[in-house]
Design a binder for this molecule. Structure first.
Ligand code: HSE
Length: 413
């Protein structure tokens, strides 16, 4: 039996406007936006000024409104609104990955205590229905890996710079196209991709990680020499969010990756995102779709509205199995480190060196490195150095090896 949904919309930016438009075009849904609350008065918008309210209580105190759709980009303000909405017994739909990543367990508990639903399909990979799939589809198959391109802005920039455009122009375009966050640092330094990874990890493996515990490194320090290395080797650079499970350990991080032609993400360009899900019986599966932009993201919100009309709730079915799992930094990755200044590269202890290139203008080294060593470094702030992973599986290491690297770390950083 379908429920009628009366929505209170908070935020009328790129995604909010998109939701208004797609909802108007979708004749199948019995849902109506009763009120729209925004922050700034007098801004030029799609609808006349009198349609908007500037007071969140106009939604929270309205008993007819049974669902709050939160589409603002201020995660702290969103947190207060979502908590208040739950306490008023309203369902919440959100696209705010930062909010969700920072408060997931608390928000799940609040929604459960207040017997309402909390849905957020649009928060990860825009139009791709990845959360609902992880949640509903893989219960009887052991997931071993979830990885892919989870940020449209960086994929747009990387694609356009490959075509010869400069970084600043490509970033500006991605802002104009409505892909980038208001603070694009969240995109280019890999924070946005990390928030999404954290949400994926919850639905794939049943464990909650804090954002501080997940390594994120973005694309702002890429140099033309690094792009040249990629093209000479037949790779493409992509910002990858990666989570893998081995026995009772889960490994996860965000970093630029050199992607080989055989990888399904190789041809995923511009604002498109892709997620590869690997499971014991089904093997690899690829999801591809637009990961940013007004209508694609709004389509995922619309899908949550539709699911809510059938009383849908995430059940977090992997949580029980996740109890025995822990998040671990005990693995090695194969990396490329490039810099004009060789001393920047020599700071790192490689457990295996594969290739060394030195010249008067640029140097790089490839090989295996203990992830614990990378985790302690703020690579986003290291302008003179670029790090990317090479297309190899991670290598598990023993705790004895790890102790050895910890000694190096203490000495070096
Ligand atoms: N800034 C985000 C991105 C928007 O570029 O992917 C969609 O989450």
């Amino acid at each position: 039996m379908k429920n009628k949904l009366t929505l209170g919309l908070v935020g009328f930016g790129c995604v909010g406007t998109g939701l208004y438009e797609v909802l108007n075009k979708s004749s199948l849904l019995d849902a109506e936006i009763k009120k729209i609350v925004v922050k700034t008065r007098g801004k030029k918008r799609l609808l006349p000024e009198e349609v908007f309210s500037y007071e969140i209580n106009d939604i929270l105190e309205d008993e007819e409104i049974n669902t709050v759709v939160e589409l603002i980009d201020d995660a702290d303000a969103a947190y207060k609104i979502v908590v208040a909405a739950f306490k008023k017994g309203k369902n919440v739909i959100s696209a705010n990955k930062k909010l969700i990543a920072e408060h997931l367990d608390e928000l799940i508990l609040l929604s459960r205590t207040n017997n309402v639903s909390f849905l957020y399909e649009a928060s990860v990979c825009g139009s791709i229905p990845v959360i609902r799939n992880l949640e509903e589809y893989y219960n009887n198959d052991t997931l071993s890996k979830v990885e892919g391109i989870c940020n449209g802005t960086t994929n747009y920039i990387l694609t356009q710079t490959n075509y010869g455009k400069d970084y600043e122009t490509a970033l500006k375009e991605s802002q104009e196209l409505g892909f980038a966050e208001s603070d694009p640092t969240l995109d280019v330094d890999g924070f946005d991709a990390k928030f999404k990874l954290l949400i994926l990890i919850k639905h794939a493996f049943g464990i909650t990680e804090t954002p501080e515990n997940i390594f994120n490194y973005g694309i702002r320090n890429i140099k033309p020499e690094d792009v040249k290395y990629a093209s000479e080797k037949g790779y493409r650079l992509k910002l990858f969010s990666r989570a893998e499970r081995s026995d009772n350990q889960v490994f996860g991080f965000v970093a630029p990756h050199f992607i080989a032609e055989q990888h399904p993400a190789y041809n995923v360009n511009n604002e498109f995102n892709s997620v590869v899900v690997e499971a014991l019986f089904s093997d690899k599966q690829l999801f591809v779709g637009k990961g940013a932009g007004s209508h694609p993201t709004a389509s995922a919100v619309l899908s949550d509205v539709s699911a809510l009309s059938f009383d849908y709730r995430y059940e977090y079915k992997k949580e029980e199995g996740g109890k025995g799992l822990s998040f671990s930094p005990d693995f090695e990755v194969k990396v490329y480190i490039g810099s004009a200044d060789i001393s920047q590269i020599n700071q790192f202890v490689f457990t295996q060196v594969d290739e060394v290139y030195q010249s008067a203008s640029y140097n790089y080294q490839t090989g295996w490195i203990n992830f614990s060593q990378l985790k302690g470094v703020d690579f986003n702030s290291k302008k003179d150095l670029f790090l990317a992973l090479l297309p190899e599986d991670i290598r598990l290491i023993s705790s004895t090896d790890n102790e050895k690297v910890s000694e190096y770390e203490t000495a070096l950083f």
